[in-house]
Design a protein around this ligand. Structure first.
Ligand code: NAI
Length: 389
């Protein structure tokens, strides 16, 4: 089997050794960035990625695996691949698909790990006809992971117990889920559609919601050390995350109702999702707040920052806003607008994040700002009726 990984970041550093360990004969890495290609090649010459699983100490294990080909040439990377995995932030899906689509065939299985929001609308705008590959998306990345040394080593900090998966078209999900289990050793639970994945994307709640909670009152003075991200969540922010989660679930329920109960659009609550994804890793299961601040997989993770004046200031350009707002929260907000569900808490976060990103999404409470075409909200493609979602 031949698998091509698109992207050279944290997720790719996990996938290469994991796939090699599973016995995949050829693992290629595609990244359009020359510096990344060089970094991967240097690492490959030295034996490949050393992947540490678990915390430093007693339960630590290590896998090693080197990519067979590392290239910025999409043809070289993808030609003949049985599976292509886009393990990148969602803003990279479109440029990657544009680069590789001439080399995909009806037999290629192409996945986005994770899908984030509105992947199906993007796919429908680019692919049609008999030669369309089978696409899948996952609800999140199965691992919390970080590169230690680029091209050489990485660490998995935590692994989710199960991750949602949907295919496009919808009817192949069971076989893809089984194949992925064999390849990466994670359970992928089939959800009915990519619409469910879009609404169940918890990164769109956690990342912009916690950024808002940590920094909406920030006075501009540098921090002495980067604030803790998940462990920095206070009760007030947890309540706000709960309200955001409730609003999204309302959208799912309203859409089910609009379809007269003929479609199931399950959306777990944020708390339910944490408990099922991180079973055995959470100390205080009793509340959303407790589950966030006592989750061992989140231990020590810091907010994105840059150095300034001998201290640290928030990095509002990091993917917690630049990915999770236009490719997450704004997509869900667009779907809510079509379903006719008010989302006051989500709107507050989008309005704040828009200011930080220098973007315009909401105008007079409607998703018609000048930057909507740069998102994956259904409105970008003129989708405005519940039936078309
Ligand atoms: P990353 O930030 O490490 O990956 C960035 C990589 O994407 C770059 O190194 C580059 O190779 C590629 N890329 C960026 N722009 C591109 C473009 N225009 N064309 C082609 N490639 C491009 O991201 P990471 O951490 O690997 O995450 C991947 C996805 O998984 C993201 O959606 C992230 O939100 C999600 N995720 C990550 C977790 C983690 O612990 N790392 C945990 C949960 C979700």
């Amino acid at each position: 089997m031949k698998v091509t990984i698109c992207g050279g970041g944290n997720a790719a550093h996990v996938l290469v050794p994991v796939l090699k360990d599973a016995g995949v004969e050829a693992v290629n890495v595609y990244t359009p960035f020359r510096q990344e290609v060089e970094g991967w090649r240097r690492g490959a010459e030295a034996g490949g990625i050393r992947l540490f699983l678990g915390r430093e100490g007693a339960d630590e294990r290590m896998l090693t695996g080197a990519p067979d080909v590392v290239t910025s040439d999409p043809k070289e990377a993808v030609d003949g691949a049985d599976m292509v995995l886009m393990a990148v932030p969602a803003f990279a899906h479109e440029p990657i698909l544009d680069a590789i689509s001439p080399y995909l065939t009806r037999k290629t299985v192409v996945g986005a790990m994770p899908a984030r929001g509105g992947l199906d609308y993007l796919l429908a705008s680019k692919f049609s006809g008999a030669d369309t590959p089978l696409f899948f998306g996952t609800q999140t990345l199965p691992w919390a992971c970080r590169i230690l040394e680029y091209g050489f080593s990485a660490r998995v900090l935590g692994q989710k117990r199960s991750v949602g998966l949907a295919t496009w078209p919808v009817d192949e999900a069971e076989s893809v889920s089984a194949l992925l289990y064999d390849l990466v050793g994670v359970k992928f639970t089939v959800v009915p559609s990519m619409l469910s994945l879009t609404l169940s994307n918890m990164g769109q709640l956690l990342h912009p919601g916690i950024m808002y909670g940590l920094f909406h009152g920030w006075d501009g003075a540098p921090y002495r050390e980067p604030p803790l991200f998940y462990q920095g969540v206070d009760e007030e922010t947890a309540d706000m995350l709960q309200a955001m989660s409730d609003e999204v679930r309302m959208v799912g329920r309203k859409l089910e109702k609009l379809h007269g109960g003929s479609r199931s659009i399950p959306v777990p609550s944020l708390h339910e999702w944490l408990l099922s994804s991180y079973e055995g890793q959470i100390g205080d299961l009793s509340s959303l707040h407790g589950s966030l601040v006592t989750n061992a997989a989140y231990d020590g993770l810091r907010a994105p920052v840059t150095e300034k004046d001998g201290g640290f200031v928030p990095n509002f350009g990091a993917r917690y806003l630049s990915e999770d707002v236009p490719f997450g929260l704004v997509v869900t907000r667009g779907i809510a607008e079509i379903a006719g569900v008010p989302t006051p808490t989500i709107d507050r976060v989008i309005e704040w994040a828009s200011g930080k990103l220098g973007r315009e999404y909401l105008v007079d409470g409607k998703l018609r700002g000048r930057d909507v075409p740069g998102t994956r909200a259904p409105q970008r493609w003129g989708i405005n009726r519940p039936d078309d979602l």
